[in-house]
Design a protein around this ligand. Sequence first.
Ligand code: UGA
Length: 437
Amino acid sequence: MSSRLCVVGAGWSGAVTAACLANLGHTVCAVDVDKDRVETLRQGQAPFYEPDLDDTIARNLEAGRLSFTSVLAEGMADADAVMLCVQTPAAATGEADLSALWTAVRALGPLLRPDVMVITRSTVPVGTNAALARHFRKEHSGTPVDVVSNPEFLREGHAVEDFTRPDRVLIGAADERAGKAAAALYDGIERPIIVTDLETAELTKYAANAYLAASISFINEIANICERTGADVSVVSETLALDRRIGPNAYLDPGIGFGGSCLPKDLSALITTAEAHGHEPELLKAIAHVNELQPKRVLAHLEEIFDNVIGLDVAVLGISFKGDTFDARSSPALAVIRLLSNAGVRVHAYDPMADGTADGQLEAPTQLHGDAYAAVAGCHALIVATDHSQFKELDLDRLGGLMQTRVLIDGRNVLDPDEVTRAGFSYVAIGRPQRGD
Ligand code: UGA
């Protein structure tokens, strides 16, 4: 059965959710306070790069199932359910900052009839949805409002695919009826739908991201041991992935650490939740600690090759937190750039998608270049810090010819060691044996 839905927040998660729910046949109006963003979306364009999203938006706009507005009352008119898709970034203390969520909830105020279900898509700490339910009940003089937790498991760069063909859909509700009503929104998606209580759903989202973070810190730790023993982490991780208890999609690619707007902040929010409930989360803290150390491997490699790094010119290819995305929030590539700059290296950065200008991410004196070849010109070393597909296509001979010394540190293990050494480079990667002179 198709429903009328109001999606609050048309950022990355909200825009994907709205477009994909409209694609399932629901009538969806997404609301955002940013008028420019609303205007862009109304033209059938996402204000950020996400494969297949523009198409999905345009198709559903045309079919009359999807609309965008900056006026909440318009979005809420006739809505059967409202989905909260606002940001819950990390506060300075590590816990989730819920101010945007509560601002949205307060704005709903009288626009929310008690028969409209409230669905939280944002990642929120355990207990938040129960607190929302108490808030709405009070606002409606004791009449309960159904509050449902429906965390998203979307990866940037794969969000439309992850929505359409998810491994599972997770729904938390205080009673079976509300859970079933929320699950019905996903009719047409032939995947397991887990319906549980609010607290379990909230915690599962954090557990999922912490588990992914754990796999990455685990393989990075193994990679560091490989470097010291001459073992090759690529073979180690390929072999682990063949174990059916681990699997081919496991997060076992070593590198300079995990970043982005989800894994680091959700791990730290889970740590603060555990501490607030009197549990010392030793393992979670170790996962975060390994990740903080990992960007330092790049500087350590540089110091092993050049006795003195002060005054070196080094090109860093990649600013985004992972390949093929524009997003540089909590990017380990930025951590590498900061470490190098603080060590006295002159950094020449290039990224095909991120410009590093948001929130002053890329600090002076880093020089930003318009392409990879301009970035490496005259440099002593080249560091690959993001696994953008474009970097796999680079002309290594041309790069080498432009550099003072042919040293390449592959912080993402994306290049083929044979090709790099054939182009005359010394090649150092994460957890792979060193190649070349
Ligand atoms: C992550 C989760 O994968 C999603 O399931 C979740 O819904 C989302 O957070 C969220 O909470 O909203 P995302 O932040 O888009 O998605 O990024 P991932 O593709 O998971 O990558 C996270 C980081 O781990 C990146 O820096 C990536 O380069 C790194 N990574 C990933 C590795 O270093 N090694 C790997 O093997 C995999």
